[in-house]
Design a protein around this ligand. Structure first.
Ligand SMILES: Cc1cc2nc3c(=O)[nH]c(=O)nc-3n(C[C@H](O)[C@H](O)[C@H](O)COP(=O)(O)OP(=O)(O)OC[C@H]3O[C@@H](n4cnc5c(N)ncnc54)[C@H](O)[C@@H]3O)c2cc1C
Length: 518
């Protein structure tokens, strides 16, 4: 069969330059990455009349980035149950009777961001996140994302009463899977072209403006040309060399909780084009993750390896020693920094130990059959099953812990910090300190699971990428995990997806505006 004229030209160009240049790969906006930030940017640009194409390096079966792996919990301002109903639909009288749905004000959100990031979070970006959160949730809902109350993260009293606390009150229906599926449906309906297996490798600049992206498709290099580019390619959490280089030695050994595709390409490309690195490059979200989890997570497992109920028990390392205040604060503001602490333990592992009084409070994931779980009717028998641990030291640690628990303060897993603490221990447990003395006993082997990285590039309020001299790079915008300056040391749960949505939406709108004006 003969080649068409266009195919001939393409082959000729490839033969001469090594590049495959296909002129039909053009749109006003080129978005890199099809997670929440990228798809929010694409939808937002399309709604402003721009034509949009999205490059995604994953094959379509693995599309969706960390967004698809996520739990779908979202942190947004809401003023009571009425606001939640706007998102989740009517909440019946029965649910209202046994639940306090609480509220989450702008001030609380701003304070939480400031406090957990040790007052480092960029105030302007934080304000944008907080102020746009409620409206952006409504925007997502209008584009087909379904929400429901986030019961799993709340506290439940023994009588079944549920109290919403900690800020993240809703989750997407079917978690990250549901969120991702809804966004792809919306993008396809809006006529946004998504190119899979297209790994962006460098930016195309013409006359001082970023106008497109060079991408690798198999062994070919293809040019996608537009008038502006939005980078939403995630962080570098799936790149072991970069993890060791930036997060610190040992981090190459952490397990990856999400997508295998976020290897820092977007950040590298932006920095090569002059972008200013910004934020906490040695910081990341890293949680307690099951020891049996694969090195890099897979979509079939989702979040079954999550081990976030540490505050009901104690955590010990292989020396049989506690190494962290398990009850320092509510889970939403402690779990994301725990992975790093576990990684620093000998062998990069730890055990979570619970007794029969609290085991029923553990989340369903703990019961997964791949769990690194041991169980016994006596503490001595349990300790015998905990491979590699200093057994006498662990029994001593538990005895000392039990003796230090303030039994005059009631244990209360239903709400705010209960104040039931230990006294006299070098490492205290500040809340939910419950003695470990009632069979059956359970222990779970855990390690560090890295979720996403905090270091990124500097952007202006409209998500334009700022260069090392402080000026916007014409035609270049960024969103999602790629933005630096928002999270430092830690993060409040639910703020990652919210930031991806808020800044994706802003970036898409700004890119479309700049494209159509120029
Ligand atoms: C297990 C887990 C649970 C989580 N749970 C929550 C939660 O409940 N609530 C919350 O707020 N946050 C949660 N997060 C964090 C949240 O998922 C992220 O903050 C958010 O999804 C980031 O969105 P993004 O669009 O920036 O990145 P992503 O969703 O990761 O999207 C980036 C995309 O870019 C693509 N890409 C990368 N490089 C290239 C390239 N060179 N060319 C083309 N495409 C490229 C990737 O394939 C990917 O599709 C969780 C994360 C994980 C891993």
């Amino acid at each position: 069969m003969g080649l068409s004229f266009k195919q001939l030209i393409c082959q000729l160009a490839r033969a001469c330059t090594g590049l495959l240049i296909m002129q039909d790969l053009q749109a006003d906006i080129v978005v890199v990455g099809a997670g929440l930030a990228g798809l929010a940017a694409a939808l937002s640009a399309r709604e402003r009349g721009a034509s949009v194409m999205v490059l995604e390096c994953a094959p379509s079966e693995e599309r969706g980035g960390n967004t698809r792996f996520s739990n779908g919990a979202m942190r947004a301002v809401y003023d009571g149950v009425g606001d939640l109903e706007q998102l989740v639909g009517e909440i019946g009288n029965e649910a209202r009777a046994h639940t306090d749905f609480g509220a989450y004000s702008r001030e609380q959100y701003f304070d939480d961001m400031a406090r957990v990031t040790q007052y480092r979070a960029d105030p302007a970006l934080t304000e944008l996140l907080v102020e746009s959160s409620k409206d952006t949730m409504a925007w997502l809902k209008a584009r087909g994302v379904k929400f429901m109350p986030l019961y799993a993260w709340q506290f439940r009293s023994p009588d079944g009463f549920i109290r919403f606390a900690g800020g993240s009150a809703v989750e997407t229906y079917d978690g990250g899977e549901g969120l991702s599926a809804a966004l792809f449906t919306a993008a396809e309906r809006a006529g946004i072209a998504i190119h899979y297996r297209a790994r962006a490798v460098s930016l195309i600049e013409r006359a001082g403006r970023v106008v497109g992206v060079r991408a690798r498709r198999g062994r070919d290099i293809v040019e996608y040309v537009g008038r502006s580019v939005v980078l939403a390619a995630g962080g570098f959490e799936a790149n072991p060399a970069w993890r060791a280089r930036y997060l610190g030695p040992g981090f190459e050994l952490a397990k990856v909780r999400g997508s295998r595709f976020n290897t820092g390409d977007g950040l590298r490309m932006a920095i090569e084009a002059g972008a200013m690195p910004h934020g906490n490059w040695s910081g990341c979200h890293s949680a307690s993750w099951d020891l049996n989890a694969p090195d890099v997570n897979e979509l079939t497992y989702g979040t079954v390896f999550k081990r976030d109920d540490y505050f009901y028990g104690v955590m010990v390392n292989v020396r049989g020693e506690r190494f962290v205040d398990e009850g320092a604060d509510v889970r939403a503001v402690t779990y994301a920094k725990l992975g790093r602490v576990i990684l620093a333990q000998p062998g990069q592992i730890a055990w979570q130990v619970f007794d029969g009084k609290v085991a029923h409070l553990l989340h369903e994931e703990y019961r997964n059959r791949r769990s690194a779980r041991v169980r016994a009717d006596t503490l001595a028998a349990l300790v015998d099953k905990m491979e590699g641990i200093d057994k006498p030291a662990l029994l001593r640690t538990i005895a000392e812990f039990n003796a230090a628990v303030r039994r005059d303060i009631p244990f209360d897993p239903s709400g705010k910090k209960d104040g039931r603490c230990t006294v006299g221990l070098t490492i205290p447990k500040s809340n939910w300190a419950e003695t470990i003395d009632t069979p059956p006993f359970e222990a779970y082997g855990v390690t560090c699971g890295v979720t996403f990285t905090f270091g990124g590039i500097r952007v202006a309020g409209n998500c334009a990428v700022i260069d090392v001299d402080g000026a916007p790079i014409p035609g270049l915008f960024a969103a999602g995990e790629m933005i630096g300056g928002l999270f430092y040391f830690n993060y409040p749960g639910g703020a990652g997806l919210m930031a991806a949505a808020v800044f994706g939406r802003i970036a898409g709108a700004a890119a479309a505006e700049r494209s159509t004006l120029s």
